[in-house]
Design a protein around this ligand. Structure first.
Ligand SMILES: [Fe+2]
Ligand SMILES: [Fe+2]
Length: 530
């Protein structure tokens, strides 16, 4: 094994002998005459082993050990001396001297062996150092990778949370809009959900009008100046119309374009910097455009585009459903009104009775803040309350004179008959029950069941007040319409015995305020002494 050796001794003879011998053994050998020279050489060149005398001029061997190890910590140093003392030996060991050789040398071969062991030690040192360096590097890389991994896991977590949020928004939208039949409510709900997910987003729903010539703004959300948005725009012009006609989603990532100056100005003032326009269509029918706009340099992602397109698809189905529902409602209402007209036409003298009773009942219900669903119940029940009269013969219904007891019984059968007719329509079960009880008396003694007080359905009690008031204030076959003050006093007389006292009071207040249109023209109440 070859190695680089520095021999340090102030005696030239020893230096030369050792140099010659070591070179003969194949070592690369340099020499120095004292510690200082050796230190200078070790500062510019690396040696595997330094074989140094202890006592030398300028710098002794022990100082040299310290100095060399400060610049070359791995260099192995072997000391040699002819005057070894215990103190020197202890000091040498403390200074990390590898070995100690006594002069004069007994056996040159043992000197070579010591140097050889020194070189082996140096090699082990270096190996250990390389291993430590490798370990440290691996550790650093692991720490770095772990950091990267943690960051990536966090990114995936965030991405996952965002996706879950979007998925649940879509699910939420599909769940909540499937039951909404009011188009405006539907659009507001969708826009609210989108704004909840994408910060800085605002939106406008444009829907095609019935003439299919204009796009009407149905709902806009999030714009400070939304009142300045035009109510409608031409379907054949501009970017919104184009999106609809082409049936293609358009994405404006850098700035928005509008040939309509009003839109452009408004959106500029609102700092709109990007937008998506999605056509709303159901099969081949074009319904409108969903325009989602973003403020403050928001960068539209592919996820945003897919989410908004999915929302637009759902919205299109719901708009179509809402349209169908509205058409059905219209048809239903027309049918009920046609029935009411048929009922009223049976009784020649009280034409319009069903419509007027409905109007009065609705006035009471509105005063009680009924919701739209309950108002509809009142409307249908009012229009159909006397439908049972369809089954009563004209002779009895339009008899000018007093009715016999038997005829009266026939008349009294109309709520029962009415219930039977209405019950046959499955969705009108509640209406059937209201109609059935519209001739009950609050204090008892009414028909058909003779129920009292709150056992009578609330809606039936409302109809009853309206029914009696209209009967009193309209011309009948057997008498003319009563003056208003008389009708009021009759209602008051029956308050609590015939009719619900609170509902009667509420209605009378409306009459006094002039909120109830009368069947027959009458002088104002003041002139009638009330
Ligand atoms: Fe009736
Ligand atoms: Fe009636």
């Amino acid at each position: 094994m070859n190695g680089k050796v520095l021999i340090v001794d102030d005696e030239a003879g020893i230096r030369d002998v050792l140099k010659t011998y070591m070179e003969y053994e194949g070592y690369n050998v340099s020499t120095a005459a004292d510690g200082l020279e050796a230190y200078e050489k070790a500062s510019s060149e690396t040696y595997d082993v330094i074989l140094s005398d202890i006592q030398m001029p300028q710098m002794d061997g022990l100082t040299l050990v310290e100095k060399v190890h400060s610049v070359q910590p791995d260099t192995v140093i072997i000391l040699m001396t002819g005057y070894a003392s215990v103190n020197t030996a202890v000091e040498a060991i403390q200074k990390d001297v590898f070995d100690y050789i006594m002069k004069p040398f007994q056996n040159m071969y043992s000197v070579v062996q010591t140097i050889e062991r020194g070189i082996e030690r140096k090699r082990l040192f270096q190996e250990r150092r390389t291993l430590i360096d490798d370990l440290r590097r691996t550790n650093d890389e692991l720490t770095y990778n772990r950091g990267l991994l943690t960051k990536r896991v966090q990114e995936i977590d965030t991405e996952l949370a965002r996706r879950i949020e979007r998925m649940s928004t879509l699910y939420d939208i599909s769940q909540s809009i499937s039951s909404v039949t009011d188009i405006e409510k539907l659009m507001s709900l969708i826009m609210d959900r989108i704004a909840g997910i994408i910060k800085d987003s605002v939106g406008v729903f444009w829907l095609v009008d019935s003439e299919r010539t204009r796009l009407c703004k149905v709902v806009s959300i999030g714009l400070k100046g939304q009142d300045r948005l035009p109510g409608s725009i031409d379907i054949h012009e501009g970017e919104v119309g184009e999106t609809l006609r082409e049936g293609r989603t358009r994405v404006f990532k850098q700035g928005v374009q509008f040939s309509d100056a009003r839109l452009l100005k408004l959106y500029e003032q609102e700092h709109i910097s990007s937008m998506i326009m999605v056509p709303l269509q159901y099969e081949t029918q074009l319904l409108g455009v969903l325009n989602i706009l973003f403020r403050n340099g928001y960068e539209i992602t592919d996820d945003d585009i897919s989410m908004i397109k999915a929302v637009a698809d759902q919205a299109s189905v719901s708009i179509k459903n809402a349209e169908l529902f509205a058409a059905q409602q219209r048809m239903f209402r027309e049918t009920i009104e046609a029935l009411a007209t048929a009922i009223d036409s049976r009784d020649h003298y009280t034409s319009g009775h069903s419509f007027m009773v409905t109007e009065y009942s609705l006035a009471i219900a509105r005063e009680l803040d009924f919701d739209e669903e309950r108002l509809e119940l009142i409307r249908v029940a009012g229009l159909l309350h006397d439908i049972g009269k369809i089954g009563i013969s004209d002779n009895i219904l339009n008899k000018p004179g007093r009715l016999t007891d038997e005829e009266m019984e026939v008349i009294k059968s109309h709520p029962v008959l009415g219930r039977t007719i209405i019950e046959s329509i499955g969705s009108l079960k509640q209406v059937a029950n209201i109609v059935y009880h519209h001739h009950e008396h609050y204090g008892g003694g009414g028909y058909p069941e003779g129920l009292t007080g709150e056992d009578i359905p609330f809606e039936s009690r409302i109809l009853q007040v309206a029914d009696i008031f209209h009967a009193l204030t309209s011309d009948r076959i057997y008498r003319k319409a009563m003056p208003l003050n008389k009708a009021i006093s009759i209602l008051k007389e029956g308050q609590g015995t015939v009719t619900d006292p609170e509902l009667t009071q509420l209605f009378l207040d409306l009459v006094e305020k002039g909120d109830i249109p009368l069947a027959v023209e009458q002088a104002p109440l003041v002139e009638q002494g009330i």
